[in-house]
Design a binder for this molecule. Structure first.
Ligand code: MN3
Length: 199
């Protein structure tokens, strides 16, 4: 079963002015599409063709780098698009907000720590809010790895993630990763994040 590119749950220009239309279009239709295409190429004619994306990601350390990188790229981007919304931003719902307060001290302290994870990820990668042993935790991963992978230093269930590859922000923000992360908070789909936490 070949993997396919999921449609964005909103228009390319729907996240303006925070994430610009050109970046969203290239990011989804070129970058994400390439991960899907290269994943399909890498699994074609192998036993991995029968596996789900979740199975491939969970066994990243036992599969080829091409499947790990492109499978991770496909999973991470599909997750990222769903984490954003034109109606996003603001505060999370009460249960999630309380959990954030209890874990990080305050919502601002949480955002600062998450931003720091994104800022200090050298080169390309992702910053994450995860649920590990029932507790919220912030971490980051290199390249297209994620906390579901057996190879990940810190493992858990991703609740929120942000792409800090330059392709995610360079057109609008150039080298200003911090400005991109600041804009990201205006788009976070907290309903989706809470739904993942309660799942
Ligand atoms: Mn990307």
């Amino acid at each position: 079963m070949a993997f396919t590119l999921p449609a964005l749950p909103y228009a390319y220009n729907a996240l303006e002015p925070h994430f610009d239309e050109a970046t969203m279009k290239i990011h989804h239709s070129k970058h994400h599409q390439a991960y899907v295409d290269n994943l399909n190429k890498a699994i074609s004619g192998t036993e991995n063709e029968q596996k789900t994306l979740e199975e491939l990601v969970a066994n990243a350390g036992k599969i080829s780098p091409a499947v790990r990188n492109n499978g991770g790229g496909h999973w991470n981007h599909s997750f990222f698009w769903e984490s954003l919304s034109p109606q996003g931003g603001g505060d999370p719902e009460e249960g999630l907000l309380k959990n954030i307060h209890d874990t990080f001290g305050s919502f601002d302290a949480f955002k600062e720590k998450f931003n720091q994870a994104g800022m200090t990820r050298f080169g390309s990668g992702w910053a994450w809010l995860i649920l590990a042993d029932g507790k919220l935790q912030i971490c980051s991963t290199p390249n297209q790895d994620n906390p579901l992978m057996d190879v990940s230093e810190i493992k858990g269930t991703p609740l929120l993630g942000v792409d800090v590859w330059e392709h995610a922000y360079y057109l609008k923000y150039q080298n200003r990763r911090g400005d991109y992360l600041a804009a990201f908070w205006n788009l976070v789909n907290w309903e989706k994040v809470a739904e993942r936490m309660h799942a």
